[in-house]
Ligand binder design. Structure first.
Ligand SMILES: NC(=O)c1ccc[n+]([C@@H]2O[C@H](COP(=O)([O-])OP(=O)(O)OC[C@H]3O[C@@H](n4cnc5c(N)ncnc54)[C@H](OP(=O)(O)O)[C@@H]3O)[C@@H](O)[C@H]2O)c1
Length: 261
């Protein structure tokens, strides 16, 4: 029997990553999925579509965690056809109130772990001469994130990095797509302790919809995609708005107590 193609999805235990994994399974990919909590239930569900599923429970903020994920891929003697580097998390509150270990974990997950993973698996994909990389950035990368300063900075990095890597490997047969969601209904806001903020309380996009927009753009090999017309408008306006104004707008969205929990 012919081998099925392989998709690697990080942050597949919930939210956008879970939906990306579901889409890959629907498209008949085998899967290596990773998160830092148990993935047994998710894996059982995905196997129901006929996909082979390998789980890796690892802290992807660490070199060891990313190495273990890459070993799980290589142990199968496979090069990924799809690499969806999606794992990430936020951190609300004023920077001076955040602990070093907390904000460092945001940087280590969203930036270091993400690009280390891509650097470890991407060259084999280029060697194979085909493949798709999807990185979950954010429209948060367009604006200074008052009361989520470190997180927005990590997403500005990812949004930028994604386009640079895309250009570097443009002749390889592998494309890089940056998915830039706006506020999306997932565990993100609870985990980042943003539930008492306006953005934490506002109506949000559906994670399955956001994932589909990203998945489709990745399959088409597009450079970036902002999910939803309101977010597209916000991203366009952000491009021509002074950073100080954006920072003040972000304060209104993310200041602790700005929304009713
Ligand atoms: N929700 C939004 O409004 C929004 C908007 C723009 C961009 N994003 C981005 O979308 C991506 C997915 O987030 P989400 O909204 O779907 O939130 P989510 O439901 O909290 O999912 C985050 C996923 O990432 C995993 N993860 C986080 N840190 C990890 C680490 N150090 N090691 C391993 N796994 C880790 C989580 O695993 P565990 O559950 O096992 O911890 C979970 O599977 C993130 O990169 C986020 O920054 C979200």
């Amino acid at each position: 029997m012919a081998k099925r193609n392989l998709a690697v999805v990080t942050g597949a235990s919930s939210g956008i990553g879970l939906e990306l994994a579901r889409l890959a399974a629907e498209h008949a990919y085998d899967l290596v999925i990773a998160a830092d909590e148990d993935l047994a239930v998710v894996a059982d569900e995905l196997r129901g579509t006929g996909s082979e599923v390998v789980t890796v429970v690892a802290d992807l903020a660490t070199v060891d965690g990313v190495d273990r994920l890459c070993e799980a891929v290589r142990d199968r003697g496979r090069v990924p056809d799809l690499l969806m580097a999606n794992a990430g998390h936020g951190l609300g509150h004023a920077f001076f109130d955040q602990r070093f270990e907390e904000w460092r974990h945001v940087i280590d997950t969203n930036i270091t772990g993400t690009i280390y993973l891509i650097q470890k698996l991407g060259p084999d994909m280029c060697g194979q001469g085909s493949g798709r990389i999807l990185i979950t950035g954010s429209i948060a990368g367009f604006m200074p994130g008052t009361f989520q300063a470190v997180y927005n900075g990590t997403k500005a990095f990812i949004d930028s990095f994604s386009f640079a890597l895309r250009n570097e490997i443009k002749d390889s047969g592998v494309t890089v797509t940056c998915l830039m969601p706006g506020p999306t209904e997932t565990n993100f806001f609870r985990r980042a302790d943003l539930m008492d903020t306006k953005v934490g309380q506002q109506e949000k996009d559906d994670a399955a919809y956001v994932a589909r927009v990203g998945f489709d753009a990745m399959m088409r090999g597009e450079g970036d995609v902002v999910a939803g017309w309101k977010n597209k408008l916000q991203a366009t306006i952000a491009n021509v708005t002074p950073a100080s104004v954006l920072a003040e707008q972000h304060r209104r969205m993310a200041e602790p107590g700005s929304g009713k929990p």
